[in-house]
Design a protein around this ligand. Structure first.
Ligand code: UDP
Ligand code: MG
Length: 318
């Protein structure tokens, strides 16, 4: 069995890949561990595929997966994870912004007994407004919402145990929050400061717009890690709160008003607060029903996907 699997997502990185390969080789040959390199071409249109075909021919330890079109970095990393055979799995960017020289440092930290070691670009070489500022906000929120105290969730340079990776299914742009996803399952996460270089070839694939997507993804992760095995507790609580607030705000009076209007024939007036109360009661009942529906769906989900909502570290005894 091979010890290390290096996974590299690449989208239009033809110019960088040969240099990345040389840099990787320099580090890997010094380390004397068996390895494989898996580069995933995420639908490039700049000749990345041809560069990869050349590499694969030259070095049997390199494999390439070529996507039919651009499915995104998360999908590329997921494909790499599923292809990897190694005991330890290492991910890094194709554009040389991560430095392969840092790999031994991450592995050393892994040996202290962590399941995941994630890089922290402590001196990040990216533009402030479009990159570092959005990340500042995102990482601050990340710490508050997920409870995982790391500086930099979005650095691709990371190390994983095989076991940790087998618990991942990446959708959309969730690759940025892998540490939080695994932390929620009880895996032990550590962080190590790593070198970061400016991009030398090609262009970045992300702008500042990813802040909005990132915040939405964070909210989803927080929701899923807290309530995935009991969604009714979230929606039910919200629903009950709305129903009670609604009644207090005057929805109770509605009964008396209906009696006065239909039976006595007297004119009645509904004020703005009472109106809000009525809306709250209706919304509250809907939320509770939503909770029931969600609860049923989640049970079906866990059965169909044959995943569990808990995670076993080890078995002691036969
Ligand atoms: N990438 C990818 N698919 C995409 C976007 C990016 O495989 O749809 C790869 C890209 O080739 C690079 C890594 O993901 O190796 C990080 O992308 P990029 O360098 O553009 O992000 P940045 O460093 O600017 O945040
Ligand atoms: Mg980059």
């Amino acid at each position: 069995m091979v010890e290390l699997s290096i996974i590299v997502p690449a989208f239009n990185e033809a110019e960088s890949i040969p240099e990345l390969y040389d840099a990787l080789m320099a580090t890997l040959q010094r380390m004397e561990r068996s390895y494989e390199i898996i580069i995933v071409d995420d639908g490039s249109r700049d000749g990345t595929r041809e560069v990869l075909a050349g590499l694969v021919q030259k070095d049997p330890k390199v494999r390439a997966l070529v996507f039919r079109r651009n499915f995104g970095q998360g999908a590329a990393m997921d494909a790499g994870f599923k292809e990897a055979q190694g005991e330890v799995i290492i991910t890094l960017d194709a554009d040389l912004q991560n430095d392969p020289e840092d790999i031994p440092k991450l592995l050393e930290k892994m040996d202290e007994g962590f399941d995941v070691v994630t890089g922290w670009r402590s001196d990040r070489k990216d533009p402030f407004l479009s990159k570092r500022f959005p990340s500042l906000i995102s990482n601050w929120l990340h710490k508050r919402l997920t409870g995982l105290d790391i500086h930099d969730s979005g650095c691709t340079l990371k190390c994983f145990s095989r076991e940790a990776v087998s618990h991942l299914d990446l959708f959309g742009e969730m690759h940025r929050y892998i540490p939080a996803l695994l932390h929620a399952q009880g895996f032990r996460i550590a962080e190590v400061a790593v070198t970061h270089h400016p991009r030398r070839h090609g262009v970045t694939k992300y702008g500042s717009a990813r802040l909005v997507n990132g915040i939405l993804d964070l909210l989803y992760i927080t929701f899923w890690s807290t309530f995935s095995n009991r969604p009714l507790h979230l929606f039910g609580r919200l629903g009950l709160f709305l129903v009670i607030t609604g009644f207090l705000a005057g929805a109770l009076k509605l009964g008396q008003q209906i009696y006065l209007f239909f039976v006595i024939g007297q004119e009645v007036f509904i004020g703005p607060i009472q109106l809000i109360g009525i809306v709250c009661v209706i919304l509250g009942f809907l939320f509770i029903c939503f909770g029931f529906l969600f609860e049923v769906q989640v049970r079906i989900f866990y059965r169909m996907a044959s995943t569990r909502n808990y995670s076993i570290r080890e078995r002691i005894g036969p």
